[in-house]
Design a binder for this molecule. Structure first.
Ligand SMILES: [Zn+2]
Ligand SMILES: [Zn+2]
Length: 314
């Protein structure tokens, strides 16, 4: 199971209810952190993500609201005695930023930190997981990320089950769950016989800060979950354009046109008290939209199913 945890869902300035942007993806004991807004360390603790986990941090761009929390996180890990190495990926300016951050920690960090200056393209491929960066349209160099897991078996295809003479009913369920079955005449049917032979990967896409753009559209195509900034509503479309951001309506349209399964709107402006205007604008365009809240979790199954666990009080 893959779990997405929103540590910060606000854009620019933190509010009473929203921290600056940071999203953790937890997968088989590995924490992948996307952006590290101010005070991410406290949210990280609240989400109980663990001190000595395998961890990779991905930064979308060097605007302060996306990196102010990085020095604090490094300090916290050092004070608590982390020993596992840490990999940080992002634009090349990140190298100096991390160096300066480390120099503010008195005794230095207790763990190795490798900072990787990346360009658009594949960053790594480890077992079934591939992470790829793509350039988005913001102010200055900014990246979005595509996180994809290869699937061993594809979708269950009822037409193929029928072709193999499997009657509709519990046997379909057994095959869909990945187990072989035996028909009355002794014929064995395996899940491979009745599933998509080249299944598309399970895909989560994070836009970072961006105007709607072609690269984002390409990455989002067929995504199981698209996490998009929605700094403004259409009322402020001109501001969005000037500042290199998106409106809720624009990202909902992009999600609809790209065949996305679930859209999560995040990084919304402090001018929206609880974000109702933001989600209110997206839903009529794309009904499978949800508004990110701090500490909200989305559990994504390998079949692409998504369960949203709202934080207490919401
Ligand atoms: Zn931002
Ligand atoms: Zn920005």
């Amino acid at each position: 199971m893959i779990e997405i945890i929103f540590l910060g869902s606000g854009g620019s300035i933190p509010t009473e209810k929203r921290n600056q942007p940071a999203i953790a993806i937890r997968y088989e004991g590995w924490v992948l952190l996307f952006d590290a807004g101010e005070d991410v360390q406290r949210q990280y603790e609240k989400a109980q993500l663990g001190l000595n986990k395998k961890m990779s941090i991905f930064v979308s761009h060097l605007h302060a609201d996306h990196v102010l929390g990085l020095p604090g996180l490094l300090l916290r890990f050092s004070l608590l005695g982390r020993i596992k190495p840490l990999n940080i990926y992002g634009p090349k300016e990140l190298i100096d930023y991390v160096k300066v951050s480390q120099s503010t920690i008195n005794l230095g960090t207790t763990f190795e930190t490798a900072v990787h200056a990346i360009s658009p393209g594949e960053i790594f491929n480890e077992k079934d997981l591939t992470v790829r960066a793509f350039e988005v349209d913001h102010r200055g160099f900014a990246l979005g990320y595509e996180i994809a897991w290869a699937r061993s078996t594809g979708r269950f295809l009822p037409s193929k089950a029928k072709d193999h003479g499997v009657p509709e009913g519990p046997l379909w369920k057994t095959l869909a769950s990945g187990k072989s079955i035996e028909l009355e005449d002794g014929t064995m049917v395996s899940p491979k016989d009745v599933t998509d032979p080249s299944p598309p990967p399970l895909k989560i896409v994070y836009s970072g800060d961006s105007r709607p753009c072609e690269e984002l559209r390409k990455a989002a195509t067929g995504a199981d979950v698209l996490i998009c900034e929605a700094m403004y509503t259409s009322e402020h479309a001109i501001l969005a354009e000037e500042r290199g951001h998106s409106t809720a309506a624009a990202v909902a349209n992009l999600a609809k046109e790209s065949g996305v399964k679930l859209l999560v709107l995040t990084h919304y402006s402090p001018r929206y008290y609880d974000g109702e205007e933001v989600i209110g604008e997206a839903l009529p365009v794309f009904s499978n939209s949800v508004l990110a809240r701090d500490l909200m979790r989305i559990q994504v199954g390998k079949d692409g199913s998504a369960v949203i666990v709202k934080p207490p009080g919401l």
